[in-house]
Design a binder for this molecule. Structure first.
Ligand SMILES: C[S@@+](CC[C@H](N)C(=O)[O-])C[C@H]1O[C@@H](n2cnc3c(N)ncnc32)[C@H](O)[C@@H]1O
Length: 258
């Protein structure tokens, strides 16, 4: 199943990279995400791992804030796009091929692990969360953002129509999402994804607790917080995102700034 999922992301890497470049070009969107992550991370400069970086957007935004960022993804297409984008933005980020469920790093390698729009698409989210826990140092944090992509649309006729209109306008204006012969998520893949059947973020909070995180919390992120104008029309048809945060317990006390 994982190979099929990564093939979909490989196929989407070019069009997805265009979406990310559009977001980077919007100061409203960039600043919005920087504020959201900074609020969750707390003040300071950190050694950060971005899991499932895709074309690199979270890695870029945190690197611009002065954090030392490493980023992993399993899709070669996404990593190629991320490296090209990083060169374009003049950012020094270490990109590596790596599986969210089996990270290629020793225990306690990072102050903070971040991830955006990734947990929903991994086969075993509890395994991924325990890996993220393993590579963060005691007192460090795991912070991720995700959404209810499938259920938001299933439950609302007008959101589905909005998505169709947004996709059409994007395809016409930027020639995206067009190659029909390429593999995309099939109905059977959606069925197999855990997130299609999950009550989120309630289930996320349970999984975080079972992995051993402390100070677990979640916050809703309305689309208006990070999208404006045409970008809101093109990408705002979901109900919004949620951010989940947890700390790895430490005898030394709470997270310290470096
Ligand atoms: C929706 S994209 C999100 C990209 C980026 N984080 C963002 O916010 O735009 C999901 C990304 O997760 C990656 N991914 C999916 N499963 C993965 C896994 N098991 N390990 C690492 N990356 C994975 C995909 O290749 C894809 O780049």
């Amino acid at each position: 199943m994982k190979d099929d999922i990564i093939e979909v992301w490989d196929n989407r890497s070019q069009s997805y990279s265009k979406v990310v470049q559009g977001g980077m070009a919007s100061s409203y969107e960039s600043r919005g995400w920087q504020e959201i992550f900074t609020d969750a991370m707390g003040p300071g400069r950190y050694k950060v791992l971005d899991v499932g970086t895709g074309p690199g957007v979270v890695a870029f935004l945190l690197s611009q804030l002065g954090h030392e960022v490493t980023a992993v993804d399993l899709s070669e297409g996404m990593l190629t796009a991320a490296r090209r984008n990083a060169a374009q933005y003049g950012l020094d980020i270490r990109f590596e091929k790596g599986d969210a469920e089996a990270l290629p790093f020793p225990d306690s390698s990072f102050d903070i692990v971040v991830s955006k729009y990734v947990l929903w698409t991994v086969p075993n989210p509890a395994k991924a969360l325990s890996e993220w826990y393993r590579v963060v140092r005691p007192g460090g944090k795991v912070i991720y953002v995700d959404g209810n992509w499938n259920t938001d649309l299933e439950s609302s006729w007008w959101r589905r129509r909005w998505k169709d209109a947004a996709r059409l306008s994007t395809a016409l204006s930027e020639r995206q999402y067009s190659p029909r012969e390429r593999k995309d998520f099939s109905n059977s893949m959606w069925e197999m994804l855990w997130s299609t059947h999950a009550d989120r973020p309630a289930q996320d909070l349970n999984m975080m607790g079972e992995v051993g995180f402390e100070n677990i919390s979640t916050v809703h992120i309305p689309n208006r917080r990070v999208l404006s104008g045409m970008r809101y029309f093109q990408h705002g048809y979901w109900k919004g995102n949620f951010l989940v945060r947890g700390t790895k317990g430490s005898r030394e006390g709470p997270t310290e700034n470096r």
